[in-house]
Design a binder for this molecule. Structure first.
Ligand SMILES: C[S@@+](CC[C@H](N)C(=O)[O-])C[C@H]1O[C@@H](n2cnc3c(N)ncnc32)[C@H](O)[C@@H]1O
Ligand SMILES: [Zn+2]
Length: 286
């Protein structure tokens, strides 16, 4: 069974009910307890993740089907240049002595890149299917410097000013909560879709394909330190992969059945990948 061995990660966690510090139970590590007066107890799942959602928050996030589709697509490494650029950014800007939190980590594809480079990585996602997949992914590589929890990015089970950096990749960006959780000079790295991201896919589905507008929830009070764009073209060469790509996009839910069926018999698709990686500094002391 996978247990939490990384003391740095343990030290940033807090009880989602009373806010007290957490420790590992002396029962082989199968559960965690808080140090509060009521000793709240949280069992680890068989795959080694823990549910630290705030009591009113449990449930939600991506479905099992969405998680499976994204895992299948990401495992084909079409987004590898994005992951490499993100990892280079973490290496360049972040300190290995502090925890990196992947907020909205999904199935941990991106979380594991900094972990392979020696960073302690805590992943949080609302979807239990996603964190289960992330935990299994980390176990396959015996990455003990990782841990995954179900939690909302809007109510993270971590102490104030505790994590050195937050990575936030195609997931909701919760600036005030991130600012609370990060060290005073902590770094937030947000990956988001540029204007032409997946234009080829959109042109196949829609009669008129619009460019993407800037996402509305980017941080407003933090200082931008750096921005880089990762743009390239991919040839997705099977219908299965095209459908997996479609299923992991927001268009999957917004597209009419008639438009969605335009992908049904497609065996190859050329489309742009256009991602912006923005690095922000918390500046809480200002
Ligand atoms: C598009 S996926 C991206 C996942 C991962 N970062 C990646 O790029 O592979 C968005 C993720 O955000 C999660 N999510 C949505 N709302 C959330 C919330 N309020 N708190 C935490 N995770 C959330 C979903 O469950 C899903 O896994
Ligand atoms: Zn507690």
């Amino acid at each position: 069974m996978r247990i939490l061995n990384d003391k740095k990660i343990l030290s940033v966690l807090r009880c989602p009910i009373c806010g007290s510090e957490m420790s590992i139970c002396q029962n082989g590590g199968a559960s965690m307890v808080c140090g509060g007066p009521r000793t709240h107890c949280f069992d680890l799942s068989s795959s080694g993740y823990v549910n630290l959602c705030a009591p009113k928050q449990s449930g939600g996030g991506d479905s099992k089907q969405a998680v499976r589709a994204r895992s299948e697509f990401l495992d084909m490494e079409y987004y590898r240049p994005v992951a490499d650029a993100l990892c280079d950014t973490v290496n360049e800007y972040c300190d290995k002595g502090s925890v990196v939190l992947d907020a909205g980590c999904g199935e941990g594809y991106y979380s594991l890149f900094p972990a392979r480079n020696g960073f302690s990585v805590l992943g949080a996602d609302l979807s239990k299917f996603a964190v289960e997949a992330a935990s299994k992914r980390a176990s396959r590589e015996s990455l003990e410097n990782t841990f995954f929890t179900t939690a909302s990015v809007f109510e993270l089970p971590v102490n104030d000013s505790s994590v050195g950096a937050i990575i936030n990749i195609f997931a909701p960006c919760a600036e005030p909560e991130f600012s609370r959780a990060m060290k005073d000079d902590g770094l937030l790295i947000v990956a988001w879709a540029g204007e032409r991201h997946l234009m080829g896919l959109k042109q196949t589905i829609y009669n008129t394909a619009h460019i993407n507008s800037e996402r509305a929830d980017l941080p407003k009070s933090m200082e931008v330190l750096h921005e880089r764009r990762v743009s390239y073209t991919i040839d997705v060469d099977s219908n299965e992969s095209i459908m997996s790509l479609f299923a992991m996009t927001p268009y999957y839910w917004r597209t009419s059945q008639t438009d969605g069926e335009k992908l049904k018999d497609l065996s190859s698709l050329t489309t742009e990948v256009d991602i912006i990686i923005s690095v922000y500094r918390n500046n809480k002391s200002n």
